[in-house]
Ligand binder design. Sequence first.
Ligand code: GSH
Length: 210
Amino acid sequence: MGDYRLHCFGESGNSYKAALMLALAGCSWDPIFVPFFEGATRKPEWREGLNLMGEAPVLVHRSRVLTQSGVILDYLAEETGRFGGRDGDEKREIWRWILFDNHKFTSYFATLRFMVGLKGMPETAATEFLRARVIDAYKVVEKQLNVTDWLVGNRPTIADFSLAGYVFYDEEVGLDRWEMFPAIDAWRQRISELPGWKHPYELMPRGPAA
Ligand SMILES: N[C@@H](CCC(=O)N[C@@H](CS)C(=O)NCC(=O)O)C(=O)O
C-alpha cells in the first residue's frame, strides 16, 4: 500500500490537482475510487467519516485526513519539499493564485463542464453566464502567462498544478479555450512535459458512465 491514499475519481479536476502533484513529486500513493455520480459524497458516511463539506478530493496520510485541494497541495509541498514557495513572498503569491483558481478559474469552468459537458444540459441564462465568467477568468491567467512561463517564481509550483485541474479535459462546453487562450495552451503543454505527468484519466479511476 502507498504512503498516501487519495479519494478521487477520473472526472474530478479538483482531485486531479492532488493526483498530479503526487505523480510529479514521485510519491507512493493509491487512488481510492469515489462513486461520485452515484451520490457517494452526499451520503452521511462520507460527510461524517471523511469530509463534512461533501466534496472530493480527500487525502489520507498517516493519521491525517485532508480536504480542499489547495490545502492538500500545500501539505504535499511541505511534506515532499517539492513545488512549494521558497520564501514567505512566494508562498503568499502561490496562495493568491490558488484562491483565484478555487473561486473563479476552476470553479466557473468546472460548473459549466458539469452542466454542459457531462450532463448535457440545454443552454440557459445560467450556462451563458458561466461561460462569460470562464472567459473573464481565463483572460486574467492568459495575461500572466504571456509574461511568465509559470505562475510563480519562474518554475512549476503547486499554483500551476491547482490551475491545471481542468485544462486537460476536452468535453465540449461551447468554448474553444485553446484557440482563444494560446498562452494557457502553451503552459499546459509545458506541464504535460514535466517528468511523471499523466492525464487525469490515467491517474484516477473512472466509474460507469458519468
Ligand atoms: N474547493 C474544493 C472544491 C472541491 C469540489 O467541488 N469537488 C467536487 C468534485 S470535482 C465535489 O465533490 N462536488 C460536490 C458538491 O459540490 O456537492 C477543492 O478544491 O477541493
